[in-house]
Design a protein around this ligand. Structure first.
Ligand code: GLY
Ligand code: MN
Ligand code: MN
Length: 463
């Protein structure tokens, strides 16, 4: 679908005019020193390569789109280079009008003719404050209940959730770049190398391809820290490196991939068993993907594979179904199986559970409560499948869990994993791919990134 078609689809479902904001580049310390600009994903969905500080009015009554852009000044041309003229922007985007964003409020008074406007909160708090003042709505970016009017969020989510061929093409590109980054890190993983060198290789591979990190690179021999952004450890033989990193390209699309490999090129017997089990659960989860399947059921089915494997390893005791029902497996698999991916790494997560748990509510059970989506899969959705097993002291030594799961979790055996690697512990293993739901089942967009145990062992440290 072209950008014009997307905007037409949006307008045919709106009952009121909608003003969207791209947001501006956010400052790091003093105002002129900014992070690289990244437009709000809803704006990116409707406009190709938008510029900072833009806004747009979608008017369903006459099906027109007005784009509001910053006034072109000599100072901007001096510091940031010549900007596209309003005429060029109008032609490139195929909108009906381009006007100055500095006079947005007075333009809107004329264009909206007294009608109630809708908007959506964005990460740029100034733009959100402007949206609040214009619409009178109580908008807040970090509160899903206040990110926008529910009906408007539903219309946008319906468009964004099922990816078009042109969006999948972008995600295939980021998968190629992500592949290169993961292999570079695998190859460089020799004892004595610092994690930060590997992180630099990953981010360098992204930058060389004109991409950025879709999210802060998670690279650590402490893989049990789920979102570990610290890269200060030195690799030692026996460590398992966990890399969760994905590229984002100039169209805003991203990948989200996790791989693990052993420093020194061979997993310990414990590492091998856990790796094979996580991989088995991942492949099992992927095998269940097809339209109509409830994602939560895939999560639970993959959880049962993990639970049975943990029984075989002597870490759990009992029947896999009963263990998952009770949530005992979550001592080692404490997160959800995955989430939507697209323009956001957790696509549309800011819209909250009205999108990701449609007509359903989240479980309060530890582990299941972190499942980010519970929707029926449909052709065109792209989401992650990312099981993992972790040895987290704070969980394994939690007195409440020790009491609740006394007969189901072998805590003494788990302690042995915490004592491994000279007391540093086993760490954690996660394997994550980006899966497209197709008419006949699924396609793994990130399938080329090595994950068979023999493959990652052969690559580790071979650079
Ligand atoms: N990269 C974060 C996640 O996998 O959800
Ligand atoms: Mn993920
Ligand atoms: Mn990830």
């Amino acid at each position: 679908m072209s950008f014009v078609q997307r905007r037409d689809r949006l307008m045919s479902s709106l009952d009121r005019p909608l003003v969207l904001f791209s947001g501006a580049a956010l400052s790091r310390n003093y105002p002129a020193n900014t992070f690289p600009f990244r437009a709000d994903s809803n704006f990116l969905y409707f406009f190709e390569r938008p510029e900072p500080g833009s806004a747009a009015l979608f008017d369903p009554s006459d099906k027109t789109v007005t784009l509001f852009l910053p006034e072109r000044t000599m100072g901007d041309a001096l510091w940031h280079g010549e900007q596209e003229s309003f005429d060029a922007a109008k032609a490139r985007h195929g909108v009906q009008r381009v006007m100055t964003v500095e006079a947005l409020e007075s333009h809107l008074q004329t264009l909206a003719k007294g009608r109630q406007l809708d908007s959506i909160a964005v990460a740029d708090f100034k733009a959100t404050a402007r949206a609040r003042a214009i619409t009178g709505q109580d908008l807040q970016f970090d509160d899903p209940a206040k990110v926008g009017r529910g009906e408007v969020l539903d219309v946008i989510a319906k468009l964004r959730l099922k990816k078009g061929a042109e969006e999948i093409a972008e995600m295939r590109k980021t998968a190629v770049v992500t592949h290169e980054a993961h292999v570079a890190a695998m190859k460089a993983s020799k004892p004595g190398v610092k994690e930060e060198l590997l992180a630099g290789l990953v981010e360098g591979a992204f930058a060389r391809a004109g991409c950025t990190q879709a999210y802060g690179t998670i690279l650590s021999v402490r893989g049990e820290v789920l979102h570990n952004h610290h890269h200060a450890n030195t690799l030692a033989s026996g460590d398992i490196v966990l890399l969760d990193a994905g590229a984002e390209n100039d169209m805003g699309y991203c990948s989200d991939v996790t791989r693990c490999w052993p420093v020194g090129g061979a997993f310990s017997p414990e590492g091998r068993d856990v790796y094979e089990l996580v991989l088995k659960a991942e492949l099992h989860g992927i095998s269940l993907v097809k339209p109509g399947v409830r994602y939560r059921d895939i999560h639970l089915s993959a959880s049962r594979v993990l639970a049975q494997g943990l029984v075989d390893l002597g870490l759990l005791t009992g029947n896999a179904d009963a263990l998952v029902e009770a949530g005992a497996h979550a001592i080692f698999f404490p997160h959800g199986l995955g989430h939507q991916i697209g323009l956001d790494v957790h696509d549309l997560e800011s819209f909250g559970d009205r999108v990701h748990y449609p007509g359903r509510s989240r479980s309060a059970q530890f582990g299941l409560a972190y499942l980010r989506m519970d929707m029926d899969l449909a052709e065109g959705m792209v989401f992650s499948i990312e099981p993992g097993l972790y040895f987290v002291p704070a969980i394994i030594r939690n007195p409440e869990f020790r009491a609740t799961f006394k007969g189901q979790v072998n805590f003494d055996r788990a302690e042995k994993y915490l004592a491994m690697n000279g007391g540093r512990g086993f760490g954690g293993i996660r394997i994550e791919d980006d899966v497209l739901c197709t008419a006949g089942g699924s396609e793994v967009l990130t399938a080329a990134i090595p994950k068979a145990r023999a493959e990652v062992e052969a690559l580790a440290g071979q650079g």
